[in-house]
Design a protein around this ligand. Sequence first.
Ligand code: TPP
Ligand code: MG
Length: 353
Amino acid sequence: MAQLAHGEPGLRRVIDEDREVEGLGEQELLDLYRSMVLLRTYDERSVVYHRQGRIGTYAIFWNHEAMQAGAVHALEEADWIFPSYRESAIGLLRGMPAETVLHWWRGHPAGWWNPADYNVGSICVPIGTHIPHAAGLAWGLKLKGERTVSLVFFGDGATSEGAFHEGANLAAVMDAPLVLLCNNNQWAISTPLSAQTRAATLADKALGYGMPGVRVDGGDVLAVYEATREAVERARAGEGPTFVEAVTYRAAPHATADDPRVYIDLERVEEEKRNECLGRYERYLRRLGVLGDELDAAIRNEAAEAMRAAIAAAEAEPEPDVALVFAHAYANPPASLAADLSELRRILGGDLG
Ligand SMILES: Cc1ncc(C[n+]2csc(CCOP(=O)(O)OP(=O)(O)O)c2C)c(N)n1
Ligand SMILES: [Mg+2]
């Protein structure tokens, strides 16, 4: 029972109401735009790189940029971010080189980073398992008396996982400084939201944990920013976690390996594409007189150039040593390992005899 996000009642909105967000000046508005353009460029180039065989299967986040950039801009640099595969490029907003994320999608070990370098956790592929990590880290920050908060991204499907319940409940009981940012794109691969829950809204689930639940238009970067900023303020003030449900509709395939035409509402997809989040924000900034053609072209060129340099850097990285496949697999390697490894080297070296 998919509903139109931008026609849906009860969602917080800024852009469609043509209002302004307190505390956001011209510079901050443009910084948000730059982040969205960078994410959009990363995503669109990645789909092309996948088709060219230069990266592996890729989880597309087209039209999710508003919730990703809006949420991250509401954080301070020291705050923690826990991404799922849908937010794989979120580190770019913390200065992570784009080639690091491309390495990850190329299955290269250079695609892993030390989370403490950016306060960005590893990209989590198992659904929801990073939610208890984010809650535990938030609780730890509180125990250490720090003012830092933690934000975790996950999808609508993740709210059906035990790990979501465990993380949300722990954070609530411990008053942990956590923001639970749910990307409700209304699909978990081919499973619609209506098969996921009997709750009227996902934000209603917050009630059961004793935390506030708010619903925002997930295609409205300023609404996501504003709602997340309030959640962050609560968390920093020691008032515990908040559940933010950012409502959108998945307008692209789940990933490059998916063909949604067999299950999705194609009319709704077209509708969503016409109202996609970057264009909405661009039109808002132009109405305000903050963005013009020249600046827009400069911002887009800068992002395109960054991606060209990133794919070149990723492809210039030497292949890893195959010994890495086993390096962290055993505390006590079996006696046969050395022979297995030399056989693997022989096969990879082209000697199949
Ligand atoms: C524990 C676990 N079960 C199943 C999967 C397979 N899987 C990959 S993506 C996905 C759908 C998740 O949907 P949602 O949480 O709504 O996030 P979205 O992909 O829509 O951003 C599933 C079931 C997985 N990765 N991990
Ligand atoms: Mg989903």
